[in-house]
Write a protein that binds this ligand. Sequence first.
Ligand code: 13P
Length: 411
Amino acid sequence: MNSSWHFRRLDASDAPALHALEKACFTLPWSEEQCRAAFGQTPFAAFGLDSDRGVLAYISVYITADEMEVLNLAVSPELRRRGIGHRLLALALRTAAKMGMQKAVLEVRVGNTPARSLYERHGFAVAGRRPRYYADTGEDALIYARSLTNYDAAAEERKELHMKTLIAANWKMHKTRAEARQTATAIAAGRPASNERTLIVFPPFTAIAEVAAAFAAQEGLAVGGQDVYPAEKGAFTGEISPAMLADAGASWVLTGHSERRHVLGESDELVGRKTAFALGAGLHAMLCIGETLEEREAGQLEEVLRRQLRTGLAEVSAEAAARVAVAYEPVWAIGTGKVAGSAEVLEAHALARRLLVEVLGSVAHDIPLLYGGSVKPDNAASLLALDNVNGLLIGGASLEAESFLRIAGAR
Ligand code: 13P
């Protein structure tokens, strides 16, 4: 589908297509007549991502001499997780900056967390509030603004690159070196051609070098350790240091996996020290969080995630936060075949995003949030379509290359 996409300026003749897209995206879509009236005007401009199946995404803006107002941004559900919203917004901002505009503004419903997080990632900050602005719900509107005077196009592009979806395999205590080599070779040969997804494999320590060799430093493929100890070296029998992981070819490490917390008894505090130390040594860290069934049933979801994120990321600097990913794995869904429902995943991920912002500030919007727990080829696409799900962490279904690749290619 990629090959047939193109961005183009939209006009009144696109009204039926825009109306159809609006209907797929909004609870209160513009009518076809409203689309025709708006898109036929200047200085009202719209840019759309067009394909042989119609307009799949658009952004509309209102332009004055020195200001651009973003009026609407709609991305079809099938494209949601592919970073298209980010690209459209970046395109509009770049164009406005090139045209010499000083400022970009927009307004958004207070409750529209996904849109707010998109805009905040692109440098918008709250500049005002309109109480009970929306007639249908009585909700407040937030006015967002960002300056375009020192627009750094290179930095903005780097941000877009961080939007890749992460598909991670946790092999746990499975596979000899020969088995690992075989599976990793098949993964490298069969991975999706698109570069929108990064595949990360966490083999047992003994097989890291084998997997790294099979991946041969190809872009989009990475290897990680399943655990790490927060010291450079010393009398820590059975443990492994970040430098040893890196030496074997790992660039990532998992911290706080629920099996380490619940089977091996790791505390939040130790998980925090491991995360900070691994990041300090230059590795990427994937911090795992998640509640047990008892905690969920006792209404403690927020409390547990807040504690795990606060303590798990306690010593992480803003610079190191660029190398953090967080995997939400409800303990009751791990290895049980019981995948969390869409509503539960949406709620937990929105909560995790909010808590991450609480802990790390605005950089938290760039942190990939993965879901894990009984992910399979047949539920991967619907999980990846959810807001704030930026990747998947897979146990059992990642052991066979064929099944892992089906998940990696799921749309
Ligand atoms: P399963 O996919 O086997 O449920 O395991 C999830 C997990 O723990 C990945 O880290």
